[in-house]
Design a protein around this ligand. Sequence first.
Ligand code: FES
Length: 231
Amino acid sequence: MQRREFVKFCAVSAAAAGSPVLAAADATPTFYGRVKLIDDSGAPLKAAALPAERNFIFHYPYAATPCFLLNLGRPAKTSVRLATADRRAYEWRGAVGPQRSIVAYSAICAHQLAYPTKEISFISYRAEKSPRNRLGNVIHCCAEHSQYDPAQGARVLAGPAPQPLAAILLEHDAKTDGLTAVGTLGGEMFNQFFAKYEIKLSLEGGAPRATTAATSVVHELENYCRQQVKC
Ligand code: FES
């Protein structure tokens, strides 16, 4: 039997686990292609190779849409009830990996769509506290200080963001220790993102709306991005 550790997110799995089935109006997962996460050298990324509390970036489900991959260094909550800006409820069912500490989220801020580019990033995970970040252990967008809790499905803790970051659904293969992105859960911002940035992204080259191929390279943010704005 294949020993995969699935994020338990869909109504079917929720029912199987004895959880209430989501109502029709609830936000349900959106499944995109299965995309294996690989490292810079092209080898499958191992969950054990992810250092704790560091920012990693990969692109999913589109070639131009960045996501954070984080090892929180501690188990995340296993069930968090959240809602999108248009009040669709959903249940985030926790992290993956041997210590249930690995999470992934869209890196597009749910407020006004700040996102990490190769030139600059206003948004990233911050373990440390600062005068503008009294909480620590949050994904903090320095544009207008939205703060999200990555251990609770990217719940909004502070700032103007109207909803959590969309979660990226991961599978962890316990046999190979590999990670695969399979879909999203929560309030996707992809349509708004492309409406705002598609011309800019097209001028930068490539096809922004192309979906990620079978693999997606995971980069450490400090290697991917020239300047990280800290606040
Ligand atoms: S764009 Fe992130 S807080 Fe405004």
